[in-house]
Design a protein around this ligand. Structure first.
Ligand code: NAD
Length: 317
């Protein structure tokens, strides 16, 4: 297949490398010029796999210089980049192009659908794979995980074809699941708790357990999200979210992990807050579902971003 990875950060590069290794013709497209230049000058993407580093023979280009008529576009920027990314790559989209998003947050499907004639061609999903951007042209593939996809319209024939034709033979295990919308919302709830609180407290996920009333805050966030989801016809199992949070904050499991929002915050980058708690608040308002805890957390993250340049981490000497 001809495949374009649109938004080739940590995850886009990981999927790009896997799809290349499965024998597809993959191009990486990204607006970060230094990253694109590094991939070009070193003759590929450097990936640190579990079994050691390797240069993967991939080419990269800026959106304006990208060309071709890909069968599949995998959108993998941060959620706040999605609308701009897809607009910048309109020239790659034909009637038959399938567009897959595995990004976190709400609003990605809608941003993509605005540029696609046939909504069946938008496939969405969630992945528990992880990856880290080590610098321009270089990523680290982290652990293993599972990926579930589904057509955003509810059908499954195109999603099934993509799984069979694109991912069969790749090191990434992907399945078609009718539960994808609920999974996306459950992941939103998970991130709306852990990513935000770790960013505000500047701590790894396991540290949150030190506060005895952690669940008072977490439950309020989750219950509000479940109520907004219900108003949109999506059933969210709050207990399932709580179980995943419990596992993730276990120091013996992935407890020392620094969530991506905290990493973005510390790297002076905009966070995905508006597509997590922020989008919950907006959707809650439109359904008249109260979301005071999510609204407060959204404000606190926005305030932390606005005051970041004057943040004090130690008393002046
Ligand atoms: P990322 O931050 O690595 O890259 C996203 C984009 O940010 C890149 O395409 C690039 O254009 C830009 N960028 C990154 N670093 C930059 C820099 N130093 N200067 C200028 N531009 C820069 O994003 P990601 O981690 O691949 O996440 C993509 C989506 O996948 C998000 O929705 C995320 O929440 C989700 N996700 C991430 C992981 C993970 O482990 N990283 C896991 C699951 C889901």
């Amino acid at each position: 297949m001809e495949i374009t990875i649109l938004g080739a950060g940590a995850m886009g590069c990981r999927f790009g490398a896997a799809l290349h290794d499965a024998g597809h013709n993959v191009q990486l497209v990204d607006p970060w010029a230094e990253h694109v230049a590094a991939i070009e000058s070193q003759g590929g993407l450097r990936v640190d796999f579990d079994d050691g580093p390797r240069l993967v023979d991939l080419r990269a280009s800026l959106p304006a210089s990208s060309s071709g008529s890909p069968d599949l576009i995998v959108v993998f920027g941060k959620a706040m980049q999605t609308a701009d990314l897809i607009a910048s790559a309109q020239h790659l989209i034909s009637e038959s192009t399938v567009i897959l998003t595995l990004q976190n947050g709400l609003g990605n499907i809608e941003a993509i659908a605005a540029f696609v004639e046939n909504s069946d061609n938008v496939v969405a999903g969630v992945t528990t794979l992880a990856s880290e951007l080590l610098g321009p042209g270089r990523i680290q593939a982290l652990g293993n995980g599972v990926t579930h996809v589904m057509q955003s319209s509810g059908g499954r024939d195109i999603a099934t074809r993509i799984v069979q034709e694109a991912f069969a033979g790749s090191p990434i295990s992907v399945g078609v699941s009718p539960d994808v919308h609920s999974m996306i919302w459950r992941k939103v709830a998970f991130n709306a708790v852990l990513n935000t609180l770790c960013t505000l407290m500047s701590c790894p996920v396991s540290a949150l357990r030190a506060y005895p009333e952690f669940w008072t805050v977490a439950d309020a966030v989750i219950d509000e999200i479940a109520a907004v989801g219900a108003a949109e016809g999506v059933e969210i199992d709050g207990d399932d979210v709580r179980k995943t949070i419990l596992e993730a904050t276990d120091p013996e499991m992935s407890g020392h992990h620094l969530p991506s929002m905290l990493q973005d915050f510390l790297n002076n980058r905009t966070t995905e807050i508006e597509h997590l708690n922020g989008e919950i608040v907006r959707r809650g308002d439109s359904h008249r579902v109260p979301t005071p805890t999510n609204a407060l957390i959204r404000h606190l993250i926005r305030m932390a971003e606005a005051t970041r340049s004057q943040r004090i981490d130690a008393l002046p000497q």
